[in-house]
Design a protein around this ligand. Structure first.
Ligand SMILES: [Zn+2]
Length: 176
């Protein structure tokens, strides 16, 4: 098991720093919340802000933080060289569109996943550390626990993550 990168929780103090492993970072507009979540599963730093800021604020923030601005708005897509119009409607198609246009081929693994809820990095934690936070049967059977450095949500391998992995594999297979 590889520990994930630490000290980079998408907070204002570190938001200007490049991704520690050199991946592109994203800022998704208010229409692309699911896309942001799934980019996080693939290990990308993908901001999604609610309530959605005004268009010019989105463009400015993306530029300041060196993020790709992903949007479904034509005008916003024309806001800069790192703004991208996402035309696909369905989530899998959107992921394929973004990966394809940026020449990305991420691995279908949750090893680098960020928190789907808040975009922060996950850290490995011991069974004892999460004893209060997970149901007893999970505590007894799950082989690994990770906790979000931002919101504290605890993740473990199970049927939910299996479903996510299958969908990630489908996306990468379709990417060709
Ligand atoms: Zn979180």
């Amino acid at each position: 098991m590889q520990p994930v990168a630490r000290g980079y929780a998408g907070d204002p103090m570190t938001a200007h720093l490049p991704d520690p492993v050199g991946r592109p970072r994203f800022l998704c507009d208010a229409m692309l919340g699911s896309l942001a979540r799934w980019l996080r599963f693939f290990g990308f730093d993908a901001l999604f802000l609610l309530p959605g800021p005004a268009d010019h604020e989105l463009a400015t923030r993306a530029k300041e933080e060196g993020r790709w601005l992903l949007t479904r708005d034509c005008e916003l897509a024309a806001a800069g060289p790192r703004s991208m119009m996402v035309r696909a409607q369905a989530l899998e198609d959107q992921l394929i569109e973004v990966f394809g246009r940026l020449g990305l081929r991420p691995a279908a693994t949750l090893e680098n996943a960020r928190c789907g809820e808040c975009n922060s990095v996950l850290e490995d934690v011991t069974r004892e550390e999460v004893a209060e936070a997970v149901p007893p049967h999970v505590l007894a059977t799950a082989r690994r626990f990770r906790r979000c450095c931002g919101c504290g949500r605890v993740y473990w391998p199970g049927s939910h993550s299996e479903g996510i992995l299958e969908r990630m594999e489908t996306v990468i297979r379709r990417l060709g």
